[in-house]
Design a protein around this ligand. Sequence first.
Ligand SMILES: C[S@@+](CC[C@H](N)C(=O)[O-])C[C@H]1O[C@@H](n2cnc3c(N)ncnc32)[C@H](O)[C@@H]1O
Length: 255
Amino acid sequence: MKLGVHSLSPSIEAILIQSASMFFGFLLSFVLRSTLDHPPSIIFYVISQAAFAAFLTFLREMDWWWIAIQFLFPVLVPILLIVDISPTYYFCGFVVLTLIYWSIFRTQVPYFPSTSALLPAVLNLLPSDGIVRFVDIGSGLGGLLFRLSAIRKESSFVGIEIAPLPWIISYLRSWFAKSTVRFIFGSYERADLGEYDVVFAYLSPVAMPSLWLKAVAEMKPGALLLSYEFIIPDVEPDLCINIAGKEPFLYVWRI
Ligand SMILES: C[S@@+](CC[C@H](N)C(=O)[O-])C[C@H]1O[C@@H](n2cnc3c(N)ncnc32)[C@H](O)[C@@H]1O
């Protein structure tokens, strides 16, 4: 999503586009059925509606995956209706996805894990002696924190996660493994970043401007802010680390 082009959230914009394309589908069907002797089959209208939705999404300069979603949605709805899957499966899918993606409407930060190739780069950035207080804001399933704490046993590792299912999984992983990694359920927006020497973020472009304001207001001088993949607009990082091959960069700001 290009910042500044859109005033609505992408999900609302997507719903409006689907509504407009549904209207387009009805209009097309009305016109063709009343003018042609042999109007096209329902498949033609479904594909036309899907293509129209994808085209509007493209015109709105939304990200490529929105174009794919907007095309597939009108195509999949009739297919899944024909297949006649029990509503229980849809409900279970809905519950699981809600527990994973939770407040994505507000945060616009979905869950996807960072690569394990990140570990050496993050380890190299940690001060080599003494206890380091490290937080992963948006810790997902906690993979990075478990890997770090296995090597830096003396240090303190905390994960803050807003989505219930990833949080409960990471909490249970820590409990079963008798790990010292602590997982807090909630938004990092309510945490005090001044409690940490290193703040790690793997969020989204949308989250970065407000994260920077929070980091500058709360983090102690000399503390490190790390962001995997996403830059902070107009704030030059102190380091850009090439993780491996085509993997995204790790950006580092010293406060
Ligand atoms: C891209 S994933 C990164 C997961 C993990 N840090 C890693 O490196 O594998 C981003 C995570 O941040 C969480 N998240 C998004 N906004 C958040 C917020 N305001 N507070 C806490 N967690 C948040 C999401 O639920 C998601 O699990």
